[in-house]
Ligand binder design. Structure first.
Ligand code: TUI
Length: 318
């Protein structure tokens, strides 16, 4: 067993959090992760409030363990989803893709544990002052919408800048990664891409297969010209996006049109040509699709083995 401050804060068994991926992290995956002793987080995405409420109730039907809801701050339904989380007595809310200042007061007042996802030291400090209970620091190795600092330099800098527990994200998929995150001063890891390749995750089998087949250089980032870089597996859709971004006159409207709805297309239809297959650089390390419980147990026992090995590297000299 590996116990950290995160386990105490959230009432979970293992210091492993599942990223709240839009369209991907549905009740099935969230319940499986929480039931196995991690923290599952529902991907609110920009789904309508009624759908989010129904998903919360589904998770509660499957497990009585703690779970969270992710609220991306670009969602048009942010305020409604905040209200639903309060009404449904959700224990944990994670925010992403923006500054959580507007949602912090109502969530904190309701006694909800708030864990913003940040990609810089500056925002980590700001959210701590706002009352964040913990912080996910996400490196640019992650899939989806990302910042511009890599995990290895980001984690220790955030750990040094704040007092609240820091969860490391971006590039984690196994026990070696968990051990490394603890060495950097984090209290646990958040994984997204690795949890896509589980039997409980509802994404189209084509999506899982793309990740399993991916190598270390399989992903690319697009959207820099729009100020919203997104990492996804290279395919005809990302190539088209790249070509349009390289043009002298960038047509922002056309780019936005090209990107909109494409994650859902990949997740639901399995369209690997026109869809956006958001995934992290760690895709190259993922070789199988296995049950969530088995995955979590494998990661924890591997991390234990790695940590037990560490003292043997220290040679004590007289
Ligand atoms: O949110 C994510 N990753 C995401 S959201 C998403 S949905 C999407 N769908 C289609 C196109 C684009 C996105 C896919 N992946 N991760 C959490 C995260 N948040 N990473 C970085 C940030 C972040 C960035 C800037 C958090 C705060 C922030 O603040 C800027 C500010 O306002 O100060």
């Amino acid at each position: 067993m590996i116990k950290t401050r995160l386990c105490t804060l959230l009432g979970i068994t293992h210091p492993i959090v599942q990223g709240g991926m839009a369209w991907v992290a549905t009740a099935e995956l969230v319940a499986a992760v929480s039931d196995a002793g991690g923290l599952g987080i529902l991907g609110g995405g920009n789904a309508p409030p009624d759908y989010v409420r129904a998903q919360i109730r589904e998770v509660k039907r499957w497990t009585d363990k703690p779970f969270g809801v992710n609220i991306p701050l670009f969602s048009p339904y942010v305020d409604d989803v905040v209200q639903i989380c309060i009404e449904e007595r959700v224990k944990v809310v994670a925010t992403g893709a923006g500054n959580p200042a507007p949602v912090m007061p109502p969530l904190k007042e309701a006694g909800i544990t708030v864990i913003p996802v940040v990609s810089s030291v500056a925002l980590a400090k700001r959210v701590e002052r706002m009352g964040a209970d913990a912080i996910v620091a996400e490196g640019m190795e992650s899939g989806g919408h990302i910042g511009d600092v890599a995990t290895m330099p980001l984690i220790p800098q955030v750990v040094d800048a704040v007092n609240v527990p820091v969860i490391a994200a971006g590039g984690f998929a196994d026990g070696r990664g968990l051990a490394a995150a603890l060495a950097l001063g984090a209290v646990g890891i958040q994984m997204g891409t690795r949890f896509i390749c589980t039997t409980e995750c509802i994404v189209h089998p084509n999506y899982k297969q793309k990740i399993v087949e991916a190598g270390d250089r399989a992903t690319i980032t697009t959207g820099h010209s729009l100020g919203h870089p997104v990492r996804a597996i290279k395919n005809p859709m990302t190539r088209k996006f790249q070509e349009m971004e390289r043009e002298a006159e960038i047509n922002e409207e056309e780019l936005i049109k090209l990107g909109t709805g494409k994650l859902r297309l990949a997740v639901e239809e399995g369209d690997m040509v026109n869809g956006s297959i958001m995934a992290g650089q760690i895709s190259g390390l993922i070789h199988d699709v296995i049950p969530t419980r088995e995955l979590i147990e494998r990661i924890v026992s591997e991390a234990e083995a790695v940590l037990n090995q560490m003292p043997s590297y220290i040679i004590h000299q007289e």
